[in-house]
Design a protein around this ligand. Structure first.
Ligand code: Z5A
Length: 205
């Protein structure tokens, strides 16, 4: 484990990303790898402002194309000002969500044409892609139960069960299209079982 690597973690709400991120950082630190933790939308000063706009309920209705372009605007800033420079210095980066979320939420959830998302991806990312994506898969009912004790839902969390089912299906489709990069992890059992699967995958890097 010497060179900088770009790892992303994704999945529907309640899959346990935040829970597993702590574990991943500790597991890699124990191997002598320091990880720069970041997130999308966000990760930069500008990206965090865009995140607030995207998730705040006070934003109100937003056209799905606008939502998609704001995700990619935040992502462009993230890649150019944070991810690429950090990788160039040999750092490992772990991003809580990345481009697969746009295919899942704006493509699957909002029903935007995947070809248009791919055009934006080509434009913003060119050939840049994560070295590995950990996709935590959980059924929507289990995920929703896990987060139901949380307070008020944000603008996207307020979507219904069918929306999140489409999101989950789009993630699974992505994992089948990119089996080398996207590692589908069963996140429906115990936290320890999810960690066990993650360890095996991280050891491949
Ligand atoms: N979004 C988008 O639409 N398009 C894009 O391109 C991008 C993002 C990049 C922000 O995401 C929103 O942006 C998100 C997608 C959209 N909207 N939604 N909905 P976020 O990542 O900041 O927020 P989130 O999706 O709500 O993630 P989260 O709340 O952080 O959930 P999580 O990290 O997956 O779950 P957790 O906090 O680790 O766990 C939830 C609870 O479950 C907690 O009490 C844990 O202790 C428990 N848990 C975790 N694992 C287990 C297991 N295995 N068993 C039992 N209980 C567990």
């Amino acid at each position: 484990m010497q060179k900088g690597k770009f790892i992303t973690i994704d999945g529907v709400e309640g899959a346990g990303k935040s829970t597993q991120i702590d574990f991943i950082c500790q597991y890699l630190a124990d191997k002598g790898v320091n990880v720069v933790l970041t997130r999308e939308p966000g990760g930069t000063a500008i990206g965090e402002k865009i995140r607030t706009l995207l998730l705040s309920n006070s934003t109100g209705e937003m056209h799905a194309d606008t939502e998609l372009m704001l995700m990619f605007a935040a992502r462009n800033e993230h890649i150019q000002s944070k991810i690429i420079p950090a990788l160039a210095q040999g750092n490992w980066i772990l991003s809580d969500r990345f481009t697969d979320a746009s295919y899942a939420y704006q493509g699957g959830g909002r029903g935007l044409d995947v070809a248009r998302i791919a055009q934006l991806e080509d434009w913003v990312l060119r050939a840049f892609t994560p070295d590995m994506t950990l996709l935590l898969d959980v059924s929507v009912d289990i995920g929703m139960k896990r987060v139901e004790s949380r307070g008020k839902k944000d603008r996207i969390e307020q979507e219904d069960f069918d929306f999140f089912n489409r999101v989950r299906e789009a993630y699974i489709t992505r994992s089948k299209q990119h089996p080398e990069r996207i590692k589908l992890i069963n996140a429906m059992q115990t936290i320890a079982y999810t960690q066990q699967q993650i360890k095996v995958i991280l050891d491949l890097l």
